[in-house]
Design a binder for this molecule. Structure first.
Ligand SMILES: Cc1cc2nc3c(=O)[nH]c(=O)nc-3n(C[C@H](O)[C@H](O)[C@H](O)COP(=O)(O)OP(=O)(O)OC[C@H]3O[C@@H](n4cnc5c(N)ncnc54)[C@H](O)[C@@H]3O)c2cc1C
Length: 362
């Protein structure tokens, strides 16, 4: 097996994300049940939790922190009416999860009010991916060859052309979330199947003891609020405890449909307000240690939040499948989609209907 990546492992969104490892997909569970049907929604929810179990098994202890997640109603810029609507939505989500035997608890505290999902987890995304790479190398040794800093220029059945040479293969899997529409132009165009967007985050510098104590209460695990647009977790690294906050994609929505990964003032200003809310005090000069963005893929609205998984090209020389378009939540869905694509390529098993297929191959 040969893997190629234009950059380095975990240098893209996979290593720059919020680190929340959540059951299910981008639509909340009750919305997925309503739009996709109970069977596909429940299948994907259980598959993502199984993926999480697998990560716990293969990664060193402590990399995955299975502390649950909090979905909170409200947040920065949210008025009382909107918060009440979101609380009602939390209640609908809890009812659907209980109906399917999935653990959920109503919670309120200094962090706000919403739902606690005890099965969920969080991780430092770079540590997670480097750990998975080490596991694959241990398990499969020389059968897995990875070429980093190798940009794919063209994918054809049987042949992948890169800027450092070509790879011949009967089956090819393109597993790229953001910029998938650039690599496979047939998925872009005027009515794109997938579209690249930028998501942004910031990290504080290490917090002093008072800030750390306050923020530990408000961010006891991975937290997301305002319909999931804003999210946060804590990173307890060697330098000390830091708050990591992301979101605000809707603040400047049109500008975030871009392949640029540079952070921007309007979105960063919003993310700063989220950080201030969680810290319980205004940010001061020197509080923000790092700001960044990365590319992710969204499928078209008619896909109703389903990720893309399926064949994009098939000829006598070989077959090409693609996965991506995880709509901002690819940490577990991405792995589930990739496994489904491998079963399609190697065993001919059609991906389940919780995924949206690409347009039929030519
Ligand atoms: C700020 C932010 C926060 C997020 N928070 C969360 C979260 O909390 N929970 C969650 O579940 N998801 C989250 N996501 C989404 C999640 O990070 C992504 O869906 C997931 O990491 C996608 O993984 P990937 O490996 O497909 O994509 P990437 O990590 O982007 O990897 C794609 C790889 O493809 C390579 N590539 C692209 N084009 C080419 C080419 N032409 N040739 C060769 N290689 C190429 C790139 O170099 C890159 O390494 C977040 C994303 C961002 C940006």
């Amino acid at each position: 097996m040969v893997g190629v990546d234009a950059g380095r492992v975990a240098a893209g969104a996979a290593g720059r994300n919020g680190g929340l490892l959540l059951g299910g997909a981008e639509p909340a569970f009750h919305d997925a049940v309503a739009d996709w049907g109970a069977g596909p929604a429940a299948w994907l929810y259980r598959a993502t939790l199984a993926e999480l179990d697998h990560l716990v098994d293969v990664l060193p202890a402590g990399v995955v922190r299975r502390a649950g997640s909090l979905r909170l109603a409200g947040g920065v810029g949210v008025d009382d009416d909107e918060r009440t609507r979101e609380l009602a939505d939390c209640a609908a989500q809890a009812a659907a999860l209980r109906e399917h035997g999935i653990a959920v608890e109503e919670r309120s505290g200094s962090f706000g009010e919403g739902l606690f999902l005890p099965d969920d987890a969080q991780a430092n995304p770079v540590v997670r991916h480097l750990g998975v790479l080490a596991h694959l190398q241990r398990e499969h040794g020389p059968r897995v060859r990875l070429h980093e800093a190798t940009r794919v220029l063209r994918v054809r059945p049987g042949r992948v052309e890169t800027d450092r040479g070509a790879v011949g293969a009967d089956v090819v899997l393109v597993a790229v979330d953001g910029r998938l529409d650039v690599l496979l132009p047939q998925l872009g165009g005027e009515r794109p199947t997938v579209r690249t967007a930028r998501l942004q985050m910031l990290a504080t510098t290490p917090l002093d003891d008072d800030d750390a104590a306050r923020v530990r209460e408000r961010v006891p695990c991975g937290v997301y609020e305002r319909w999931g647009y804003d999210y946060a977790q804590l990173d307890d690294g060697p330098a000390g405890l830091r708050l990591l906050v992301g979101g605000g994609r809707d603040v400047d929505r049109a500008a975030e449909w871009t392949t640029s990964t540079d952070p921007t003032p309007p979105v960063q200003a919003h993310v700063e307000r989220v950080a201030e809310r969680l810290l319980g005090r205004p940010l001061r000069a020197g509080d923000v240690g790092h700001r960044w963005g990365a590319s992710v893929g969204y499928t078209a609205p008619e896909a109703q939040g389903r990720a893309l998984c399926g064949l994009v090209d098939e000829r006598p020389g070989g077959r090409v499948a693609a996965v991506g378009g995880y709509c901002g939540t690819g940490n577990l869905v991405g792995a589930v989609a990739a496994r489904a694509a491998v079963r399609l390529l190697l065993e001919g098993e059609q991906p389940p209907s919780c995924f949206t297929p690409p347009p039929a191959p030519p």
